[in-house]
Design a protein around this ligand. Structure first.
Ligand code: NAD
Ligand SMILES: O=P(O)(O)OC[C@H]1O[C@H](O[C@H]2[C@H](O)[C@@H](O)[C@@H](O)O[C@@H]2CO)[C@H](O)[C@@H](O)[C@@H]1O
Ligand code: MN
Length: 441
């Protein structure tokens, strides 16, 4: 079996240690020849990398080459795959993305609403630059991107690299939700076969079957209505914010029983209720800074100090496993189904061809082979088209440096709606993002 040369871009991420554990868990199915870390923040990366050295020494002795660098040339030369997980502006800017809308009474969220727009306009520039550099040094490498807001990033990349069939934009939310379905059913998550459509963080499961073709959807719906819904992937199972988010899926199913919702739809279907629950001094970014980020940094310090993983709380999570399995499917032509982002081109027959939709696709060595969805009902079509127009306008606003497109985008977003509110939020976001956004005129 051919071994893989992988670079993780944004290796200082809070997700990297989980990814390393997943690479170890999957080493028989996705063996590595070399692993390289790349990040712009030398110190942040070094902490994760030095802990990774210890983990690899203990648990992946077959891996002969691991190093970390801040040189793009060194990182991207001689690679087969790049996983990209950057956060332009860091968690500090995420906090601004959440607080500014909230100060105007609007949902403050990482990828939804004005926060998603702000983050998107920051991510696009770095993502284009990174893909350009990767293509310069490694024209044939697979690029797996899960940098957020994935919908906006995917649209921007599609515009700049339309012929590049080796960029895969992928999100772990559908699989995390399927993890909960599987636990409710007493089944393995990898044994569920999803039918799904939508945009990233804006979609629905229409059906879940097992590998024998049995339709499990009615059982899942019944269980959610009667027993509620909770996160079960160990990364989020005990997180209060994620527990509330999963609980809200029950209400969505009661209100709109046709399909099983992606949890992110809560921000668009109940925006006032969600905004009312948020606290200015404790938005999600603050919780992550004091929670996941602190935990990961303490874990790394402990491993580095002890030069051992003994007593270290190291677990795989569905996020890492999903990305690694998807990479294996591409490299080894496994023809397995993953929910991914891809240009529509008739997959959903009654929405625009140039939408970046999120749907099941076979992953093959020759790229993605999306499965046809066909016509979608008018309610979901209406919601998707509004959100799609918002996403397209954000990307237009970035490339055209257009204030009016940005204002149109925010006004269209279901979390905002009112043009006066949209303008007030936009003006505050422009000030906060002056070091990142292009000037809007
Ligand atoms: N698509 C999904 O489902 C999914 C799931 C989980 C996380 N994510 C995304 O993964 C990313 C990482 O999240 P996190 O919370 O761990 O963030 P983080 O801030 O902890 O880590 C991001 C890392 O990227 C680095 N970075 C920033 N700009 C860079 C650039 N231009 N080049 C190289 N490195 C750069 C930072 O220095 C940092 O070390 C985010 O975009 C997040 O939204 C996506
Ligand atoms: O608010 P955060 O930073 O905790 O989460 C934001 C991300 O949420 C989703 O990812 C989940 C993932 O679904 C789950 O499997 C597990 O790994 O936790 C992640 C959250 O910590 C979402 O899909 C991402 O796009 C968000 O970045
Ligand atoms: Mn996601």
């Amino acid at each position: 079996m051919k071994k893989n040369r992988l670079v993780i871009v944004g290796a200082g991420s809070t997700y990297t240690i989980g990814m390393i554990m997943s690479l170890i868990e999957e080493k028989a199915q996705f063996p590595l020849e070399s692993l390289t870390f790349y990040d712009t923040d030398e110190e942040r990366q070094a902490q994760v990398a030095e802990a990774t050295k210890v983990i690899l020494r203990e648990k992946y002795s077959e891996l002969k080459s691991f190093h970390y660098t801040t040189s793009k040339q060194e990182a991207f030369t001689n690679i087969d795959l790049a996983f990209i997980q950057i956060r332009t502006g860091g968690l500090a800017m995420r906090e601004q993305d959440e607080k500014i809308p909230l100060s105007h009474g609007v949902v403050g969220q990482e990828t939804c609403g004005p926060g998603g727009m702000a983050y998107g306009m920051r991510s696009i520039k770095d993502m284009i630059e990174l893909v350009r550099e990767i293509r310069h040094f490694a024209p044939e490498a697979w690029v797996l991107n899960y940098t957020n807001p994935a919908a906006i990033v995917a649209d921007a990349l599609q515009r700049v690299f339309p012929e590049d069939k080796k960029i895969l934009n992928i999100c772990d939310m559908p699989i995390a939700i399927m993890h909960s379905y599987a636990d409710m059913l007493g089944k393995e998550v990898w044994d569920l076969v999803p039918s799904y459509f939508g945009l990233n963080h804006f979609g629905w499961f229409t059906k879940l079957e097992d590998k024998q073709g049995q339709d499990l959807t009615p059982i899942i719906k019944d269980k959610i209505i009667n027993e509620g819904f909770k996160p079960t992937d160990n990364e989020i199972a005990n997180d209060e914010s994620w527990k509330k988010t999963f609980q809200q899926a029950r209400q969505m199913l009661i209100d709109f029983p046709d399909f099983l919702p992606n949890t992110y739809l809560q921000y668009y279907l109940y925006p006032d209720q969600l905004a009312a629950k948020e606290k200015m001094d404790n938005t999600r970014a603050r919780q992550v800074i004091n929670g996941r980020q602190k935990r990961v940094h303490e874990l790394c310090d402990q491993i580095i100090k002890n030069q051992s993983t003994a007593d270290a709380d190291l677990e795989v999570d569905v996020h890492g496993i999903y990305m690694v399995k998807a990479a294996a499917a591409l490299v080894y032509n496994l023809n397995e189904i993953y929910i991914v982002m891809v240009e529509n081109n008739g997959i959903i027959s009654n929405i625009a061809d140039n939408a970046m939709v999120e749907v099941p696709a076979l992953l093959t060595v020759n790229g993605l082979k999306p499965l046809a969805v066909g016509e979608i009902p008018i309610f979901q079509k209406g919601l998707i088209e509004g959100q799609l127009a918002y996403e397209k306008l954000v990307v237009d606003a970035y490339f055209e440096q257009s204030y009016s497109k940005a204002l149109q985008a925010l006004t269209l977003n279901r979390t905002v709606v009112n043009a006066n509110t949209a303008r007030a939020i936009l003006d505050d976001l422009i000030v906060a993002n002056q070091d990142y956004w292009p000037p809007l005129t």
